[in-house]
Design a binder for this molecule. Structure first.
Ligand SMILES: *Cc1c(COP(=O)(O)O)cnc(C)c1O
Length: 392
């Protein structure tokens, strides 16, 4: 099914399916397995069987691996227990003590926490860079630089990175043989952006978000190109961060509807974001798919769609007023994560932990995830929220 001439909807519907192996049933069953039995001693000792042990993979994980590898356009994929473990397993696949890594300052905060705790204890030095640095990334490369980590758009603040400019600058550098690039592709999924097509070595996704899509499981994936696959797989094998079988099945189920869900998330998010743009309470909408938003040109050039997650900056207003708005919302839950069918909102403020850039807007920030509700209901909910905000 990994045929580039076939449409993505077709590939997501037919990939990872092998009814002949499962008595004709459409879906691969959930193999709950640790032990795999071998026919005889010789077979056990040869280790040539397709499956050896549950941790190392089952037909259930293979189905999702095939789908994600196709979606991201890679050599192969590892599945892990969550998005964060996909990121940490991928980073640890490539670094050793004494190395230096370059991390975007807009990175998902738990990724940052990993660098500041585990990596620093192992003697790996993390340097944060301005997400908008572009080709200037080359000036930060040192002799011991091993990884350049990208995330676009940035977590919470939605900076769009110029990946083509960054990759060509890295590839032109004298040390390029020793440098690997990695992108957190959770926002776009391989559906709307394929980092490997742009020369990135590893694309990581928190499948917890859009792949699973229903806020009911934790799952991660990292897809490597041929250059990095052996190392990525060896790291997965060494750490034992395998996903649960049920979670893997939910990931495969989510992939079947990924395209229709994401197109609806995108359309509704654009509708809500456009409405917000015209609200007097809003200073700026940070949604790269909007024409007036920062990074729109890069988004338009490199991405084929947008998901349901974006932020806004409010005009200066008290915390109490923001709480009055958020606490009374009917359809927007207050909670972390995103990518499910339901709308969410959180206040955010990265000003305390950014180091390479300053985040200092005049008013508070809110991050929205637009779910699959009717956008008109969401807009009404927000309008009532602004009435409460203004009443404080
Ligand atoms: C949620 C998220 C992760 C981590 O995924 P988990 O499955 O929660 O561990 C990583 N990167 C980004 C951008 C995320 O939003």
């Amino acid at each position: 099914m990994n045929d580039k001439n076939t449409g993505i909807g077709t590939r997501l519907s037919h990939g990872g399916i092998s009814p002949q192996d499962h008595y004709g049933f459409v879906n691969p069953p959930v193999y709950r397995g640790s032990t795999v039995l071998f026919e005889n001693t010789a077979a056990l000792q040869e280790r040539s069987a397709r499956y050896l042990y549950g941790r190392r993979g089952t037909p259930t994980t293979d189905a999702l691996i095939n789908l994600i590898t196709d979606l991201e356009g890679g050599e192969n994929t590892i599945l892990t227990s969550c998005g964060l473990s996909a990121i940490t397993t991928a980073i640890l696949a490539l670094v050793k003590s004494g190395d230096h890594i370059l991390m975007t300052d807009s990175v998902y905060r738990p990724s940052r926490h990993f660098c500041e705790t585990v990596l620093s204890r192992l003697g790996v030095d993390t340097q944060y860079y301005d997400p908008l640095i572009g080709a200037g990334i080359a000036d930060l490369i040192k002799d011991n630089t091993r990884i350049v980590f990208l995330e676009t758009p940035g977590s919470q603040t939605f900076e769009m990175q110029d990946i083509p400019a960054m990759i060509s600058a890295i590839k032109a550098h004298a040390n390029s043989d020793r440098i690997f690039t990695m992108a957190d592709n959770t926002w776009a999924t391989g559906l709307f952006f394929r980092p490997l097509d742009f020369g990135v070595d590893i694309s990581v996704q928190a499948c917890t978000k859009y792949v699973v899509g229903h806020s009911d499981a934790m799952l991660g994936a990292a897809t490597a190109n041929a250059r990095t696959w052996t190392q990525l797989h060896a790291s997965f094998d060494a750490f034992g961060v395998c996903p649960g079988t049920e979670e893997t099945f939910l990931g495969t189920r989510g992939m079947r509807t990924l395209e229709v869900r994401l197109r609806r998330h995108m359309a509704s998010a654009l509708e809500v974001a456009t409405w917000l743009e015209n609200c007097p309470e809003i200073a700026q909408v940070l949604c790269p798919a909007l024409e007036n938003a920062p990074g729109h040109d890069i988004w338009k050039r490199d991405f084929t769609g947008a998901s349901g997650l974006f932020s806004v900056l409010l005009n200066p207003v008290s915390e109490k007023a923001v709480a009055a708005m958020l606490d009374g919302l009917e359809y927007f839950g207050l909670g972390y994560s995103w990518g499910g069918f339901e709308s969410l909102v959180i206040p955010f403020d990265p000003s305390g932990y950014r180091t390479a850039t300053h985040w200092d807007p005049a008013g508070p920030g809110l991050r929205f995830h637009i779910g699959l509700e009717d956008p008109s209901d969401l807009i009404q909910d927000l309008a009532k929220g602004f009435t409460r905000l203004n009443a404080v």
